[in-house]
Design a protein. Structure first.
Lengths: 365, 851
């Protein structure tokens, strides 16, 4: 096992251990739903922040959505977060699980290869042969564990699984119990209060499966949308960038103009329209805030290790290729169109845009 | 959720003190938000407690003229006061016509500015008036007359309401509150802070109005004195100050309650109290009196209004949205007041309201045609739970409008919200906005025209009780009273009243669907209909008279502009008049029509006119025309005048020829459609005679020549022999290929079948083609193709057969795909293909061929 301290990424409950502790102290007198570690109000504060308690804001852009998500989890319905890639769906589900159950690790990471065993249980075959179907030989899935412990289970990328695998959730969600026929006809585990499922799904990507109506009925859907407020996105990227850079932060200069350039480019390409209202061609590639943070991070490292320590349009231009050029050749034309019609004009007036354009020119010709 | 007073800017805490000080002087301010039930409820308790002698309301002082109507017991909200003022358009200060209506029928010298001032049951202003009536307090409207407000306001393009609240949208203070309270817009902040308080908290009017005062005043602080003056607020507030001061001056003991939009309260409080009560100076009073006199220029009408209109109007930020929702909220507040002893709380009331509304919405959604089972019992139940739990989470006293909408979004949509159908949201919006229509006392309030139209429509048994669209099926041929209905609807349509639109039925103006026996109309009596009628009432008291003067005006303008083609408009008006049942005007036009026809100089317009006359003739039963003999005489006159104008066909330019060809054919059609009572045979004789008289002048006009020859043959004016002779002559003029081809096109466009039936035409063409060089042929090819495009595939096939026979080609060779070919042929084809590709490459056309 990797030493927890050295892990690239800590779980939400580890990262925000302090905040969760503060909240649960304040939360003593509030009514908590059965199986929840925090009251719904505190869960909301954990995600949307509370300045007076020193709780940071972790999800941005759509506060009512968080309210709806928390309330959905209170009921019998599961919660399904849908939306474009990179809109912080998984982060939201992780935060919810951490706040409600104190555990965001009961996670199924859905793929085309996910099978029944990943959702229900499988066996330790050596023990199974030795002892027969006993509890010791049974290896429970995250769903199994969640039911047993009364915790939130996360199911990531649910639409990547085969429809018949997805549908295993239907009866689990409605009956809140799981039969184990191997251990006798009466063998069943019943979900403890606090159990629920948060799914995240992408409804538009290539290679995803349609959800069945029966499954849809058992979930409340929430759509997480990309951030449309430019200033806010700039602020967000700056904050996340400094978080990612950690100690390097002090050694790299990140001019706000450069981040603004990055956000402008992303927002314009995403919306298919320049800030002046001219129509653009929208690339198929995902241009989410998360991608923008990745570009900013990579560019900053480039500036630090290969450049003079100051982030410029040049590095952004180099990194942009990796994001846009994925699998659609037509995207090249679309970016060329943007470069020729928008960026070139701006380059005449602004130094940052000029350095961005100069480098881009060599790539996009 | 009371707003903390400790952190307020100094100006506001001072104003709060002044507010209290003024109460000691018996001046009570109620800073309200328009159409807010909570404000009304607080105001109710204020008035009950204070027992004022005067209630002052922020509305144009000219409303005083209709106060009796407003207080009449038959007046039932939603209603509105329509305020109109006419301002000379030469006045430089007025920039825009805010009514945005078609005002083309008004004299261009002045523009009518109209604005609505809506009231519903839960409007604080309405409640104040009702309570004043009950407690016998004096009601006074203290805002600037509308005629003066139009001078001030610059940005009037959108705001058609006198209750504008745009300032709330743009306030930075409210923006900050939004973020802090996790709300999505200012309406939600308002609901969160005020509407969803417990009933008892709202009833504590001192605290409640102190809070609304701060809320509005904080947003006001974003405005500079200049911008307030520019948008007219400063001037209006000065007027209000004088109005309040005047009462206090003349009656120092008066107990006054002032109901205004909270935005103005700060200025009023500061204006009235500077450590003592400030009464208006003499100069102020002189100005006030002068301005008040301007109210004479206002015209005010009490009209019925509807919830859906109110919702749309509030879309321009002039009050709270979703009237039906807040109507039920208001009702449960009143119920609570009545049964205060019983154990029921605001929370339970709101929960009950949410349950009822959600069930209604789910029911409506289930009735949608493509209902997909997503609003069944389980989703409904979980939506209700969701709304209640959301309210708890957000600290509301029972679910509010946003909790309800959030619950719907969570539980009824099982996909990405961007994919949710627009009709889904429309249904929900309709449920929340409702379509209740108000009532005004019959007879007293309305301009005579509105009353007259309303009664007439009632007489014809139209349903006018709500604003929903309805369909009516009119049996225009068999039932005389139905015909009357139809005429009245046509009359209203002509005047663009907006009451009804025809879905189906015979169209006698354009001659379409003349065999349909019924008319279908969609109609709805909306406030806009009343508004339009009020606008029209400036022109007369009877729709018929207004229609006639509009027609006369149109005719006058038209004749001034195009004297030569007046007959066309005249016939259109004739049909219109017949449709509307305006017999006198019909006869009037009919009397003059002969003159129009005889002075007509355009063949095109004349033939059109003739066609329309024929439509009119066909509708004589429906239209109940009596002057049939006059119609026949006129039709005859049209044809005669047409003969006279036939020399228009001489124009040699090819564009003109093509147009004239269409006119010629249309003329021929007209002759065929003429009623049997006319001597059609004779007229046709005359037609061809006139055409052939022209022949000598048509040397340059071969297209028309061809057309004339072929229709003459078709109508048996020519024998086959004559036709063939003419063809021979025309084709022997070999020098001018274009002329010949045009002649051929002329024939083809009138009678394409001739080329198959008459071998001479084909032979002549064949002969002609053989003599041509390749260049000549290619040049003329497009025209030829056009000519042959008149044939249908069947005709094409038989033509090809004919030609094949002539040249002894076997049937097999005629097929597009050939299977039998020799090796050399293949070689030849391949090398040809190669050289063609080479050629294309040389010309750099490869890309062009690819796509």
């Amino acid at each position: 096992m990797v030493n927890q301290k050295q892990a690239i990424r800590l779980t939400a409950e580890e990262r925000y251990e302090q905040e969760l502790a503060t909240l649960s102290k304040v939360d003593k007198e509030n009514n908590k739903p059965q199986g929840w570690l925090l009251s719904p109000k505190s869960v909301r504060q954990f995600i949307l922040g509370n300045e007076s308690l020193g709780i940071s804001r972790k999800f941005f852009g759509d506060d009512p959505l968080v309210d709806r998500a928390i309330v959905s989890l209170l009921g019998k319905q599961g919660l399904m977060l849908v939306g474009q890639p990179g809109t912080a769906k998984s982060m939201l589900s992780e935060l919810l699980a951490a706040a409600i159950s104190g555990d965001s690790n009961l996670t199924i990471q859905g793929t085309a290869g996910t099978n029944e065993d990943h959702i229900r249980y499988s066996w330790n075959y050596a023990l199974l042969l030795a002892e027969g179907p006993t509890e010791r030989a049974l290896i429970g899935s995250p769903v199994y564990q969640g039911m047993l412990q009364g915790k939130i289970v996360r199911f990531e990328e649910i639409t990547r699984c085969q429809p018949e695998i997805q549908d295993m959730l239907v009866s689990i969600m409605s009956e809140k119990q799981m039969m184990i026929p191997e251990m006798g006809s009466n063998s069943v585990i019943k979900a403890k209060p606090g159990f629920n499922i948060i799914g995240t799904a992408n409804l538009q990507d290539r290679g995803v499966h349609e959800m069945s109506a029966a499954l849809k009925r058992r979930f409340n859907f929430e759509t997480v949308n990309p951030i449309t407020d430019k200033d806010f996105e700039i602020e967000l990227i700056q904050r996340q960038l400094s978080q990612e850079l950690g100690d390097l932060k002090s050694q790299i200069t990140v001019p706000i103009d450069v981040i603004e350039l990055l956000v402008t480019t992303f927002q314009e390409l995403r919306q298919g329209q320049t800030s002046g209202g001219a129509k653009l061609k929208t690339p198929d590639a995902v241009m989410s805030t998360a991608e923008a943070v990745n570009i900013a991070y990579a560019s900053a490292l480039d500036a630090h290790y290969l450049g003079n320590g100051t982030l410029t349009g040049e590095q952004i231009a180099k990194q942009l290729i990796g994001v846009v050029l994925k699998d659609n050749a037509d995207d090249i034309k679309r970016i060329q169109f943007y470069m020729d019609n928008v960026v070139r004009e701006r380059a005449k007036k602004s130094d940052i845009w000029r350095s961005f354009y100069q480098v881009s020119k060599t790539f996009w010709k | 959720m009371t707003i903390s007073h400790s952190l307020l800017p100094e100006r506001l805490s001072k104003a709060l003190q002044s507010l209290k000080a003024l109460q000691l002087q018996h001046i009570y301010f109620a800073p309200v938000r328009h159409h807010s039930p909570a404000c009304s409820y607080a105001l109710k308790h204020l008035i009950e407690e204070v027992q004022p002698t005067h209630i002052l309301i922020e509305a144009p002082s000219s409303f005083a003229t209709i106060i009796d109507q407003l207080l009449h017991c038959d007046t039932k909200p939603p209603i509105a006061v329509l305020c109109q003022t006419e301002i000379s358009s030469f006045q430089p200060t007025t920039l825009l016509d805010i009514t945005e209506d078609d005002t083309d029928d008004l004299t261009p010298e002045s523009i009518t500015y109209s604005a609505f001032y809506p009231f519903c049951h839960y409007s604080p202003e309405w409640l104040a008036m009702q309570m004043a009536k009950k407690q016998q307090a004096i009601i006074q409207f203290i805002d600037l007359p509308w005629s003066l407000q139009t001078d001030l306001s610059i940005d009037l393009e959108q705001d058609r309401s006198l209750l504008s609240e745009t300032y709330l949208k743009h306030s930075q203070y409210i923006q900050c509150l939004m973020q802090k309270l996790h709300c999505r817009d200012h309406d939600e902040v308002w609901e969160h802070l005020f509407e969803l308080k417990d009933y008892e908290e709202i009833a504590d009017w001192q605290t409640f109005f102190a809070d609304t005062f701060i809320w509005c005043a904080m947003s006001r602080l974003d405005y500079s004195q200049e911008s307030l003056a520019a948008e007219g607020s400063a001037q209006r507030e000065q007027y209000m100050l004088s109005a309040i001061g005047e009462i206090k001056k003349s009656n120092p003991k008066a107990k006054i309650v002032v109901v205004t939009g909270g935005f103005h309260t700060l200025a009023l409080v500061e204006g009235l109290w500077k450590n003592r009560l400030i009464l208006p100076k003499k100069a102020d009073m002189t100005q006030f009196n002068r301005q008040q006199k301007n109210g004479d220029k206002d015209q005010t009408w009490l009209i019925r209004y509807s919830f859906d209109r109110l919702d749309a109007l509030n879309g321009y930020a002039s009050g709270m949205p979703s009237p039906a929702y807040y109507q039920t909220t208001w009702q449960s507040m009143l119920d609570y007041d009545k049964s205060a002893n019983e154990e029921q709380t605001g929370r339970e009331n709101r929960q009950r309201q949410t349950l009822t509304l959600l069930s209604e919405i789910a029911d409506k959604l289930r009735q949608q045609s493509n209902y997909n089972n997503l609003t069944g019992f389980v989703p409904l139940k979980s939506a209700i739970e969701q709304a209640i739990l959301l309210a708890d989470l957000r600290g509301h006293n029972g679910p509010g409008r946003y909790d309800l909408l959030d619950a719907i979004q969570s539980c009824f949509i099982k996909e990405s919200i961007d994919n949710a159908r627009s009709e889904f949201w429309l249904t929900i919006r309709d449920c929340l906005s409702g379509n209740l229509l108000g009532e005004v006392p019959i007879g007293i309030a309305q301009p005579p025209l509105v009353n007259d139209v309303y009664l007439t429509l009632k007489k014809y048994r139209f349903k006018l009780d709500d604003t929903n669209q309805k369909l009516t099926h009119i049996d225009i041929y068999r039932k005389p009273d139905h015909r009357q209905r139809s005429r009245f609807l046509h009359l209203m349509t002509f005047l663009k009243v907006g009451f009804a639109s025809r879905v189906d039925g015979p169209d006698y103006i354009h001659g379409q669907r003349l065999n349909v026996m019924f008319e279908d109309w969609r109609y709805a009596w909306t406030p806009m209909v009343e508004a339009r009628l009020i606008e029209l009432s400036q022109q007369g008291t009877k729709l018929e008279h207004i229609a006639i003067s509009k027609m006369q005006m149109d005719a006058k303008q038209f004749i001034e502009n195009n004297m030569e083609s007046a007959s066309f408009l005249a016939v259109e008006q004739l049909t219109q008049a017949a449709l509307m049942g305006l017999d006198d005007y019909f006869n009037h036009i009919l009397d003059n029509l002969a003159d129009f026809i005889l002075s007509e100089g355009e063949l095109d317009s004349l033939i059109h006119c003739g066609h329309r006359m024929v439509y009119l003739w066909q509708g004589q039963t429906f239209l109940q025309l009596k002057a049939t003999s006059t119609l026949l005489t006129l039709l005859n006159k049209i044809v005669q005048q047409g003969f006279f104008l036939l020399n228009k066909l001489k124009q040699p330019e090819i564009e003109h020829q093509q147009q004239n060809l269409q006119i010629l054919l249309s003329f021929r059609d007209l002759l065929n459609y003429l009623p049997d009572q006319l001597d059609i045979k004779q007229l046709k004789q005359d037609f061809y005679q006139n055409l052939h008289r022209l022949q000598s002048e048509l040397n340059e006009v071969s297209l028309i020549r061809g057309a004339i020859d072929s229709i003459s043959y078709l109508d048996s004016y020519f024998s086959q022999q004559q036709l063939e002779e003419n063809i021979n002559i025309n084709f022997s003029l070999t020098a001018q290929n274009e002329q010949t081809i045009n002649y051929f096109i002329g024939i083809m466009s009138c009678a394409p079948e001739l080329v198959i039936h008459s071998s001479i035409l084909l032979d002549s063409l064949d002969k002609l083609l053989i003599d041509w060089s390749a260049e000549q042929f290619i040049k003329i090819l497009p025209d030829l193709r056009l000519a042959f495009s008149q044939l249908n595939p069947n005709q094409n096939a038989s033509l090809a057969e004919k030609i094949a026979k002539k040249y002894h080609i076997t049937d097999a060779d005629l097929h597009l795909q050939q299977y039998q070919f020799s090796e050399t042929q293949l070689q030849k084809a391949l090398s040809l293909e190669l050289s063609i590709s080479e050629h294309i490459k040389q010309q750099q056309l490869t890309d062009w061929f690819k796509h």
